[in-house]
Design a protein around this ligand. Structure first.
Ligand code: PA5
Length: 406
């Protein structure tokens, strides 16, 4: 993974201070240690799921689903995987019914993933599915130790796996939360962790990414009132769900009341996909209010490349310049052209280049964004790891549910 910044920043002292704060934070925040974990429990569990189970249904929301979905949807188009994953994340009845209609219950294992063990969306869907299939062997629960969900799973004799309690939901993709579904699908989870570990070492051991990540974080924090919107512009459809994961990580971590003041702050994430969004959102970046920074993500080597045929279309001869061009070259030329146009407008931007679509690269990219989020959170003085705003809505809903029962 390469990251090139197209903006300048000098302040070394702030960079040093935030680096030291993050080094210290490793003692209490669990996600930093995930790349080094021993995955034998995950692999042993995966072996207990018989080969005739070909569908894995994940029931979970937010941090309990978005990370695994991002990685699965990144790898799946380039690989023939062992099992299909289905994500039940919504209480939209059309969506629930539609997903159920795609499942063959005899060939499906259900993973119910909830750190708190009490999330309304997850358990309304679980109740519905459980009413259709009450065999406890069809279910595995992933939750915090001692959560009500652990007790329930033990009562019905279903398997339970844990995530470390100091790993927050949206930072849990490299824990059992992401690793179990991904291992069951046939994705190489060790390579995923290896990619994250390479990135981690590069940051903490003064490698190539340390300077870049620190500069970028300080730039975002320093300029957060002017450039309050941070767009990711990914030039590959495979990164569509990575964008969703980024939006959650960035938004839920950084939109907060400051720890040492009464101010509300936050940076707004936007996930864009090229070239599609060149024909929509790009106009707003180019000529709209100057409040956006952009990170372009490119893939250097699209394994499944195809070439535009050497065909001349009558009256459309001006498009002959496309002839014999590989699609991979075209999409990256499109990205480079937009970068050039934005640089002329002085829009702050950077580019991340992934060599190819594989586990190492997505592992590194996600870990990169986790560290960046932690750095920016520290710099804008918020608690990156809580989500009182989300909790407030959950409490009101639970109250409303009680009221409609009485
Ligand atoms: O990042 C978070 O903490 C949240 O987005 C949670 O992941 C989400 O609310 C789901 O919670 P739970 O895993 O407890 O069901």
């Amino acid at each position: 993974m390469r990251n090139t910044l197209h903006f300048k920043l000098k302040n070394k002292k702030v960079q040093e201070d935030v680096f030291n704060a993050i080094v210290k934070e490793q003692e209490s925040i669990g996600y930093y240690g995930l790349p080094e974990q021993d995955i034998s429990t995950v692999l042993d569990f995966a072996k207990t799921i018989p080969d005739d189970i070909t569908q894995i249904a994940i029931i979970g929301i937010g941090g309990s689903s978005l990370g695994a979905k991002a990685i699965y949807e990144f790898i799946k188009p380039t690989r023939s995987l062992k099992r299909e994953l289905y994500f039940f994340e919504s209480t939209d009845p059309i969506n629930v019914n539609n997903l159920i209609s795609q499942l063959d219950f005899k060939k499906t294992h259900f993973l119910i993933i909830s750190k708190s063990g009490t999330t309304v969306e997850t358990f309304s869907i679980y109740k519905y599915i459980y009413s259709l299939n009450q065999n406890p062997k069809a279910y595995t629960f992933i939750t915090d130790p001692d959560s009500p969900l652990e007790k329930y799973a033990n009562d019905i004799n279903a398997s339970v796996l844990y995530l470390p309690d100091n790993v927050g939901g949206r930072f849990s993709v490299l824990s059992t939360v992401g690793l179990i579904p991904l291992a069951l699908s046939g994705i190489d989870i060790q390579s995923l962790l290896d990619g994250a570990l390479t990135l981690k070492k590069s940051f903490f051991d003064a490698g190539y990414i340390k300077n870049t990540l620190l500069k970028k974080a300080v730039y975002y924090a320093r300029n957060h009132s002017q450039y309050s919107i941070n767009c990711i512009f990914a030039y590959s459809e495979t990164l569509k769900y990575f964008s969703e994961w980024y939006v959650q990580l960035w938004g839920e971590s950084l939109g907060k009341t400051q720890r040492h003041s009464a101010f509300n702050v936050g940076l707004t994430p936007i996930g864009l996909i090229g070239p599609k969004d060149q024909h929509s959102f790009l106009q707003l970046i180019m000529e709209g209010t100057r409040d956006k920074s952009v990170t372009f993500i490119k893939i250097e080597n699209f394994q499944d490349d195809i070439v535009i045929p050497d065909i001349s279309l009558k009256h459309l001869e001006s498009l002959d310049t496309l002839n014999n061009l590989p699609f991979s070259k075209l999409i990256n030329m499109q990205c480079d052209s937009v970068i050039e146009a934005l640089l002329e407008e002085d829009i702050p931007l950077d580019t991340i280049t992934l060599k190819k679509v594989n586990e190492e690269n997505i592992g590194a990219l996600m870990y990169y964004y986790e560290i960046l989020t932690s750095l920016v959170g520290e710099l804008i003085d918020v608690n990156t790891y809580n989500q009182p705003g989300v909790e407030a809505g959950k409490i009101i809903l639970k109250q409303k549910l009680k009221e409609q029962k009485s």
